[in-house]
Design a protein around this ligand. Structure first.
Ligand SMILES: *[C@@H]1O[C@H](CO)[C@@H](O)[C@H](O)[C@H]1NC(C)=O
Ligand SMILES: *[C@@H]1O[C@H](CO)[C@@H](O)[C@H](O)[C@H]1NC(C)=O
Ligand SMILES: *[C@@H]1O[C@H](CO)[C@@H](O)[C@H](O)[C@H]1NC(C)=O
Ligand SMILES: *[C@@H]1O[C@H](CO)[C@@H](O)[C@H](O)[C@H]1NC(C)=O
Ligand SMILES: *[C@@H]1O[C@H](CO)[C@@H](O)[C@H](O)[C@H]1NC(C)=O
Ligand SMILES: *[C@@H]1O[C@H](CO)[C@@H](O)[C@H](O)[C@H]1NC(C)=O
Ligand SMILES: *[C@@H]1O[C@H](CO)[C@@H](O)[C@H](O)[C@H]1NC(C)=O
Length: 527
């Protein structure tokens, strides 16, 4: 032909075993697609005629390795080698296309090792290696990829990212590592990712987020850690993420939340916390969301939340979407909802305690047009069992009893000398005779093997329940803030937090107690 041809050449779904040769025309071809053939080798000789080639698609062929000398000097920009059988990338194999290559796809191959220096591709912007067999990524593997914007390595079974694994990816904005076997987030493997905006690590085995993890990633906007093995989030977990807008922590087993954990997330707009165990943080009103001024969407599905207390959502001035479904919620304090301008509210409970404190719900649902998204059915008192709140008239919501535990005595702050025994106690009452259970917490952590005594008695038709925590031979490690939690079928009540301070030495000498001079004052106070 007289005019240069630049239309893409497509020879997909054939039985080709080598690159075809089109004679003189080859030098005008810019795009060649040979998907689903039987090509087993890339050779310089066969590629040489394609001097103008910019895009080569060899998806679904039988190539097993890329050797040095696979490519002549050429200006290839897009190379797709997905779904081959490549297990070897020889260092230097991309050298002749390194100054032009923009996109490289190596999904569904057999790569297990990524040799250092193989990825010296300074122009490359997109690299995909999903569904390979890479278990470990060594330090500096990607050094020499200054332009890379996006790296995808899902479904490899990666167990370890060495310190500096991604060092050198100075432009990377998006890193996708879903469906691997990573066990922790730390600043070692995040080292140098200064431009990162999106990090996806869902469906891994992450059990810990180390302090200072985000030191280098302060531009992060989206973080997905859902479907991992997280049980605790220490207060340092998100420090540095002041630009983060979306955080997904759903489908973990998170039960411990460090104090002020979310206060570093001032830009967060969406928080997904579905299927965890943070009911206590909502029920105890610990100011969990303080400082989250921009939060717009909060998903708290399936957290075993029983009651929404007055201050549960304090700090969330901008919240518009709230999802509380899949919780057997029994009570909601109207004040918890009053300061928000909710546009969407999802609730599905048939456990409501429909006493006088719940009479507001039906009309509030109507006013705010949540009739579609809310299903609110009573479980108590017995005459209202199974009734939808919308079908109950206001005068039917009455307070004849108080089945939820009411705390009448809280533990008291104490200063104690080292070596003595300390007791802390709580008393609660209820009109219901359903069994009560107790737990003691120290600095937010449940004390599983504490020495606790519980007493129950009836008085004037009420169940009075007392729980006593014995701290024997206290030492400095016992210092902290103690709290009791008394629960029954209708909900939990969290006591004040009593601070225990432990001081100095108490020495025993021939049966008599001698106290260090400097603690004389305290001795008088506490003994
Ligand atoms: C690069 O291509 C030239 C020919 O264009 C060839 O002589 C050389 O061996 C190739 N180098 C590599 C590292 O493949
Ligand atoms: C291979 O990758 C290119 C982009 O580099 C893309 O346009 C093409 O659709 C891919 N081929 C297949 C079969 O998905
Ligand atoms: C992850 O690692 C665990 C134990 O180290 C192993 O049993 C499991 O098969 C691995 N999963 C994947 C997807 O590699
Ligand atoms: C509410 O939950 C019940 C049972 O848990 C389920 O059958 C029902 O479909 C749910 N309704 C909505 C609106 O999600
Ligand atoms: C806990 O007990 C106190 C004191 O009786 C009571 O005012 C409060 O409403 C109870 N809290 C809950 C969540 O029931
Ligand atoms: C603390 O209690 C233990 C067990 O009841 C007891 O053996 C011990 O003497 C007590 N210590 C003091 C200092 O009272
Ligand atoms: C109390 O704590 C001190 C310092 O933390 C330690 O040296 C000592 O062994 C502890 N005593 C007991 C009885 O545990």
């Amino acid at each position: 032909p007289d005019k240069p041809v630049s239309r893409p050449e497509t020879l997909n779904h054939n039985e080709l075993t080598v690159l075809p040769y089109f004679g003189d025309v080859s030098s005008n071809i810019t795009s060649l697609s040979l998907v689903h053939n039987r090509i087993s080798e890339l050779s310089m000789l066969q590629l040489q005629p394609y001097v103008a080639l910019e895009s080569l698609d060899l998806t679904s062929n039988l190539i097993t390795e890329l050797k040095v000398g696979s490519f002549p000097s050429m200006q290839l920009k897009h190379l797709n080698l997905s779904n081959n059988k490549i297990s070897v990338l020889e260092p230097g194999c991309f050298e002749n296309i390194s100054s032009s290559l923009l996109v490289l796809r190596l999904n569904r191959n057999r790569l297990a090792l990524l040799p250092s220096k193989v990825f010296k591709l300074p122009q490359l912007q997109f690299l995909e290696m999903k569904r390979n067999r890479i278990k470990v990524v060594e330090s500096l593997t990607f050094k020499g990829m200054d332009s890379l914007k996006s790296l995808k390595m899902q479904r490899n079974g990666i167990t370890k990212l060495m310190d500096g694994a991604f060092f050198g990816l100075n432009s990377i904005e998006e890193l996708e590592l879903e469906h691997n076997n990573l066990t922790e987030v730390n600043k070692g493997w995040l080292y140098g990712l200064r431009m990162l905006r999106v990090l996806r690590v869902s469906h891994n085995a992450v059990g810990i987020i180390r302090p200072d993890s985000w030191e280098f990633c302060q531009k992060l906007e989206e973080l997905d850690l859902s479907h991992n093995h997280l049980t605790r989030l220490e207060e340092t977990a998100f420090i540095g993420l002041s630009l983060l807008e979306s955080l997904n922590l759903g489908e973990n087993s998170i039960s411990h939340l460090g104090e002020g954990l979310f206060s570093s997330l001032a830009s967060l707009r969406t928080l997904d916390f579905r299927n965890n165990e943070i009911s206590w943080a909502i029920e105890d009103s610990i100011g969990l969301f303080d400082g989250m001024k921009k939060l717009n969407t909060l998903i708290l599905q399936q957290n075993k939340i029983k009651s929404i207390t007055k201050k549960a959502f304090d700090g969330l001035e901008e919240l518009e979407h709230l999802d509380l479904s899949k919780n057997d919620i029994m009570s909601i304090d109207p004040e918890a909802m009053s300061h928000m301008k909710l546009k969407a509210f999802v609730l599905n409970t048939s456990s409501l305690l429909c006493d006088c404190h719940m009479s507001w719900l039906g009309s509030w649902m109507k006013e705010n047009r949540f009739l579609q998204s809310v299903s609110a059915v009573c479980a108590h008192p017995p005459p209202l069992l199974g009734h939808n709140v919308l079908s109950i008239s206001p005068e039917q919501f009455v307070c004849n009893d108080f089945p939820k535990p009411r705390l009448t005595t809280h533990p008291e702050t104490a200063v104690a000398l080292r070596g003595i025994n300390v007791t802390l106690s709580c008393v609660a009452s209820s009109s219901s005779d359903t069994p009560m259970t107790t737990a003691w917490r120290k600095d937010g952590e449940v004390l599983y093997d504490a020495e606790v005594q519980n007493y129950a008695r009836y008085q004037d038709g009420e169940l009075i329940y007392t729980t006593v925590l014995h701290l024997l031979n206290v030492n400095f490690t016992d210092e902290g803030r103690y709290q009791c939690v008394i629960s029954n079928h209708f909900g939990s009540n969290y006591s004040n937090r009593a601070r225990l301070t432990v001081n100095g030495d108490l020495m025993f000498f021939r049966g008599k107690a001698f106290v260090d001079k400097k603690y004389e004052q305290i001795n008088v106070l506490t003994l």
